[in-house]
Ligand binder design. Structure first.
Ligand SMILES: [Zn+2]
Length: 321
């Protein structure tokens, strides 16, 4: 899930008031209502304007981890965009240090495991694009953090060829980071093929279009790549007609490895617990399958060995008793 979109709605009011920024139309007590990509980008920018310091980022992470732990979540991976921090003059070391402290505190207090994936953003403007993606990796290498274990690209598929991010991905791999890309979100299976062939990603974020493309799907299954699936987001943005008709469930029966995510809770109004409940109720994914796909998330490489063992023991207490 994206950290910037994990803000509690009441925290949005507090941060906006402090920043002297008016709340946008479409914001209500439960967050935003999804309308379209254009309003989404504007509202996302609004969030990035009110999250103004490394401490704000840490507060957002702490809030979400406390809420998720209270609902039984075992593990959360936050995707965070350092470039949005740079826009607010937040230095990368300050950002990752503050977030690392927040994650460590949440692990101690609530027993929830957490990790950070850095993301570059496909968007117009000086802070985004392939060159800034390389800067993200350079910063990660220059200021290593035990919490930062992933690197990827997200954003709007209308900007930049995905392949143009290849140099950043090569540097991330050299640095030992788990790599991932948002792909196959309304652009066809080709984006997923590029993510695999040109970027060589470990994780496919969304990849929805590939799940209905037999050739690409077979390849993903054969290569045992993990798809991070955000089914509620896919329904709300119109990529799939309804949760029960998501192509992922048939693909899972055919051997696809997935894990479940929420993407942007403040826009889609579904947190991790809601997502699991929806998938269990409306997609007929049974308890054992839900445990198995949670295990996929825990073991995908974003958690260090110790945290991984802790999360597995919480997920499957009988085996670790
Ligand atoms: Zn996303």
């Amino acid at each position: 899930m994206h950290l910037e979109a994990a803000v509690r709605p009441e925290r949005i009011v507090e941060l906006a008031t402090r920043a002297g920024v008016a709340l946008p139309d479409g914001f209500g007590p439960r967050g935003f209502v999804w309308r379209d990509l254009t309003t989404f980008v504007r509202e996302y920018d609004f969030l990035c304007r009110i999250i103004r310091s490394a401490e704000d980022y840490a507060t957002v992470a702490s809030d979400y981890l406390a809420d998720a732990a209270a609902k039984g979540a075992v593990y959360v991976d936050f995707i965070v965009s350092p470039a949005h921090g740079w826009m607010n003059a937040i230095a990368y070391p300050d950002l990752v240090d503050a977030l690392g402290e927040a994650l460590a505190r949440a692990t101690r207090r609530h027993g929830i495991s957490a990790s950070l994936s850095l993301t570059a953003v496909r968007a117009p403007g000086e802070w985004f694009g392939p060159d800034q993606a390389r800067r993200v990796v350079r910063e990660a290498v220059a200021h290593p953090s035990p919490w930062v274990r992933g690197f990827g690209v997200a954003g709007d598929v209308r900007f930049d060829e995905l392949a143009s991010y290849a140099p950043a991905f090569r540097a991330a791999k050299d640095a030992g980071l788990v790599t991932r890309a948002h792909c196959g979100e309304g652009e066809g299976a080709r984006g997923v093929e590029v993510a695999m062939d040109v970027l060589g990603v470990d994780l496919l974020d969304h990849a929805t279009d590939a799940l209905s493309d037999p050739r690409t799907l077979e390849r993903i299954i054969h290569e045992r790549r993990l798809v991070t699936l955000c089914p509620m987001a896919h329904v709300l943005v119109g990529l799939v007609p309804s949760i029960d008709r998501h192509p992922a469930w048939a693909a899972m029966r055919a051997g696809l490895r997935v894990c479940l995510g929420t993407d942007d809770p403040v826009f889609f109004r579904f947190d991790v617990a809601d997502t699991y409940a929806q998938v269990a109720t409306n997609a007929g994914v049974d308890h054992d399958a839900l445990v198995a796909l949670t295990r996929n998330a825990v073991t995908c490489g974003l958690l260090g060995p110790e945290d991984q063992t802790t999360a597995l023991s919480r997920l499957d207490p009988a085996r670790f008793a």
